[in-house]
Design a protein. Sequence first.
Length: 244
Amino acid sequence: MGRTKALLPHPDGSGRSLVLAAAETLLAAGAAPLVVVVGHARRAVLSELHGVGEAIQPVANPAWRSGGMLSSLKAGIHALPQTGGSAWTLVAPVDQPFLSTDLIRRLLARACDPEGAAAGGSKGAAPKAVVPATPEMQRAGVWGLPVLLSHQLFPEILAESPPPGTAGADRGARRVLRRFRTEIALTPASPQELLDLDTLADYRNLTDALKKAPKGVPSGRLVARQIEKPLSEPNLSESDISAG
């Protein structure tokens, strides 16, 4: 993107940074403690989170430049308590400005639903992951973020290596999730909730659209106009937040 994404002002004009908004949303949804994996501009990013609360656990990823998104995910997993606690971890990026507490709660509820079943699995079988998807994404067989991971997947993720020649451009747990595709549960989500800002152009376009929006126009309509490409499978950003 050319700038530290986590430190960009939220497009809603609230004055909050993207990383602060993400942390506040996760905490408001009851996802705690938060493991914040930081690579570039570590001190500045953590300064943004000062005062949020003791639920924040910062983790440095010195391999962020060469190891890519997978290295950030591994750093977050290693920082989680190894005994007791939750059997699930929520992995969320900082570049989803309209991530909602309601979506997070829907993901958590889906994981705990004894009547639910993963795609292709038997009814009542616990999924290995819970992912959000719009109806269009479900028809295309893809999903978005955040993703709720069962700790049963951790050994698979920790053993994963980026394909040769893709260091720094890997897609985190994507290959692992593909292997367990039939054990993934889907949760309905709106395009607004899953909108991500991959590039500086994405960020500027959305910010400009919100500034120019007539009063009373729902932001969801504006967001829908900004989506010019299909949302992809899990894509971790330079600062990622895990809630265990």
